[in-house]
Every structure is written in structure tokens, then in C-alpha cells.
Design a protein around this ligand. Structure first.
Ligand code: CTP
Length: 390
């Protein structure tokens, strides 16, 4: 699990979004983290500390009177690998920006001494006020990570910016705070998903790839400091936080988008399951089963990765993927050579639409690294660390 043995201290403040912190605790725990919670006194007006005690199976502090030594703000700050405040109210943001330590949570913030992940949530006018914006700018300038709120309908009935960011996005910011920056300063181009090759307005040829591995690669590449662009065929997945995404549908669309982004890329990770064939013709009208001959003639799609291999510049790193059913290592090695790749990640067909991944990384020299079975985010980390850790 990607956050295994990481100690995360979650600070909950007085915002109606405090109930969403329960979901954030679970999201972080599912990634393997050990989570502890501290709260401001007003946060307890929104969610009882017993909820967090039950979720974390640990004590929850909102003041020193529940502790033993009076030094818990120092001990908890030292304990945490990452301190994340979600939701962060305008009041807490203002206090932290001014160094005020008048409750347990903001005393931990002052004693923490490392970058804090701060996810604001409040009414739009409060969020956009000069005061809050200045405070946020100040906190960012000091190296803290601000997870911007989303736009939408707020608890107060108004529409606008102020909704607490999604738990997955906050978890990604936590990973960004924790992970080494192996990809700092590099532009990373990732492709993901199964392309769709339409032959009438509602029918298409595609394949069983869920896109999960490509999305995990994009997310982890961001958390490792990369400047990531994800070119994605349609999927049911949430767009990864911190990543620029470009939506495409067919192999030809993906080809165009990749070629447009290729010259700037330092690293290309071609994970998409591109349809090798497309229907020769497209009907504007829905095909009728009683009228047509029902034979769909196929023509070959461009091989995007082969073209990348041809255009590859000297210091570009190109990583291909392959799913093989027989002669796995041999077929993948042939593909690496044929497409002029630096690395190929190969797996058996059984990882399709599964939550876990396992396989092998092969490099140009023929060295092989086995990837043990693990969830796809952890596998993405394993692959990127193996290739880019220096
Ligand atoms: N790929 C691509 N364009 C295609 C097909 C595949 O860029 N039209 C990329 C995939 O994203 C993947 C790699 O090529 O990174 C391997 O895909 P695969 O279909 O297994 O390769 P092929 O050369 O088509 O091999 P096969 O003979 O097994 O079909």
C-alpha cells in the first residue's frame, strides 16, 4: 500500500465540511497510513471526537486537558510524517498565517516545522476575501501545500469556490508532501485508457483496459515532482489531482494529441490500450440490423509508440507497456527493440480490470526486474522509482 507505515496527523477545524474528514481518514487508511486526529474546539460542534476515535482506534486531542503532559502539541508534531489540515476554516488559516497558538491544533501547526497540507473549505466570499487570499498566499510562500477548494453548491446555499477538495485529491497532496522528488523539473507525458473506435453514433470497438494503471502512473509521477500531462481515452476514473489532462476518444485522436505534446516531453509513458484496428467507415445514422450486411471491415490504426520511438530525441526516456499471454519476456523484449524503447513494462493479461498489478520491467540491456503483486498506485511508485531514482 502506497502510504504503508506513514504517520499522518489530520487536523479538523470548524467547518461544515468537517464530516468529510471521516471519509478522508478512511481514504488515507486504505492506502496503508496510520492516521491520528486533532480537532479545534469548534470542529467538535460539527463532528464528535468519538467518530474519529472509532475510525482511528486512537485518542483524539482538541485540548491539553485530555492529554497527560501538557507537551502533546510537541509530541504529536514530532510523531507526524505529514500534517494535513482538512477542512481548514478561514479562522484557522488566519491564525496559522499569523503564528497564533491559542488552541491545540494551531499549536501543533506552529511546532510542526515542515510543510503542512492545507485544504480550505468555507463560504465563497470568505474564501475569496482579501484577508483569506493574503493568508493563503503567505502560507504557500512559506512552502505549505494548499489543496484548492472545488467550485459547486455550498452548504450555505451559494454557488462558487469553497467546497472541500475530494479526499483522493487531498491524499495525492499528502503523497506530494511525502515523496522524494525523483521527477523534479521533468515534463512527463502519460497515456491511459482504452481508445474507442466508433462505427456509428453509439457503437464502438474497444478493449477491457480500465485505465487505472495509467491514472496511477500520472498521479504518482506528479507526487514525485513531475510536470505531468495525461492524455486519456474515456474511463470511469476521477482525473488525478495536480495533472493536466487531455481527453481523447479514438487512436487517431490520441496519436494527434501525443505528437503535439511529444517535442516538450522529457519522459513518455505509453500505458494506453490503443485499439490496433478501427472500422473502415463511420455511419452518421445508427446502423439497422435488418438493412446492413453487418460485416464491419477493419483498417489498421497508427502505432503511436512506434512513431514515438522513431522521433525520440537523445535525452527523452520512452517507456512502453505490453500485455502478453505467451512467451512474455521474449515478446516484450522484441517489442522494446522494434519500437526503440528505453524500458518496457510487461504483464500477463490477468491484470486487466483488476485492482492489483504484477509484471516485469525490461530495459535496453535486457536486464529484468520483477514487479511483485501490489495495488496499482504502489506498482506505479515501484516502476518510477526503479527507473528514475538516482
Ligand atoms: N501502442 C500504440 N499504438 C498502437 C498499439 C499499441 O502506441 N496502435 C502501444 C501501447 O500503448 C503499448 C505498446 O504499444 O505501450 C504495446 O502495445 P501492443 O498492442 O501490445 O503492441 P503491438 O506492437 O501492437 O504488439 P502485438 O503484435 O502483440 O499486437
Amino acid at each position: 500500500m502506497i502510504l504503508k507505515s506513514r504517520r499522518i496527523l489530520l487536523g479538523v477545524t470548524g467547518s461544515i465540511a468537517a464530516y468529510k474528514s471521516c471519509e478522508l481518514v478512511r481514504t488515507l487508511q486504505k492506502k496503508g497510513a496510520q492516521v491520528r486526529v486533532c480537532m479545534t474546539p469548534s470542529a467538535k460542534e460539527f463532528v464528535g471526537d468519538i467518530t474519529f476515535r472509532a475510525l482511528t482506534e486512537d485518542e483524539v486531542l482538541s485540548s491539553w486537558k485530555d492529554g497527560k503532559t501538557g507537551l502533546e502539541h510537541i509530541h504529536w508534531a514530532r510523531w507526524a510524517d505529514c500534517f494535513v489540515i482538512a477542512p481548514a476554516s478561514a479562522n484557522t488559516i488566519a491564525k496559522i498565517a499569523s503564528g497564533i497558538a491559542d488552541n491545540f491544533l494551531n499549536s501543533v501547526a506552529l511546532a510542526y516545522g515542515k510543510q503542512i497540507v492545507i485544504a480550505p473549505a468555507m463560504n465563497t466570499k470568505m474564501y475569496l476575501s482579501y484577508q483569506t487570499q493574503e493568508n493563503i498566499k503567505k502560507l504557500e510562500k512559506w512552502g505549505n501545500i494548499i489543496v484548492k477548494p472545488e467550485e459547486g453548491e455550498l452548504a450555505c446555499g451559494e454557488e462558487g469556490e469553497g467546497k472541500l477538495a475530494h479526499p483522493e485529491d487531498i491524499a495525492t497532496a499528502v503523497m506530494y508532501a511525502l515523496f522524494p522528488k525523483y521527477l523534479k523539473g521533468r515534463k512527463i507525458l502519460v497515456t491511459a485508457g482504452a481508445t474507442r473506435e466508433f462505427f456509428d453514433p453509439i457503437r464502438y470497438i474497444s478493449n477491457a483496459s480500465s485505465g487505472q494503471m495509467g491514472y496511477s502512473l500520472a498521479k504518482i509521477a506528479y507526487a514525485l515532482g513531475g510536470d505531468v500531462t495525461l492524455i486519456t481515452a474515456p474511463t470511469c476514473l476521477r482525473k488525478p489531482y495536480g495533472v493536466k489532462t487531455v481527453d481523447v476518444v479514438s487512436a487517431e485522436d490520441m496519436y494527434d494529441a501525443v505528437m503535439e505534446n511529444l517535442p516538450d516531453a522529457d519522459v513518455v509513458i505509453m500505458n494506453a490500450a490503443v485499439a490496433d484496428f478501427r472500422p473502415e467507415s463511420y455511419s452518421e445514422e445508427k446502423l439497422k440490423k435488418d438493412k446492413e450486411s453487418n460485416i464491419i471491415k477493419l483498417v489498421q490504426n497508427p502505432d503511436i509508440l512506434r512513431e514515438i520511438g522513431k522521433r525520440k530525441k537523445e535525452n527523452q526516456v520512452v517507456i512502453g507497456f505490453a500485455a502478453e499471454s505467451t512467451d512474455i519476456i521474449q515478446n516484450a523484449t522484441d517489442k522494446l527493440k522494434r519500437k526503440n524503447l528505453d524500458f518496457i513494462v510487461v504483464n500477463k493479461l490477468d491484470v486487466f480490470s483488476r485492482d492489483t498489478h504484477k509484471g516485469w520491467i525490461i530495459d535496453r540491456k535486457g536486464d529484468i526486474t520483477e514487479i511483485p503483486e501490489m495495488d496499482k498506485e504502489s506498482s506505479a511508485f515501484f516502476i518510477l522509482e526503479k527507473i528514475f531514482k538516482r
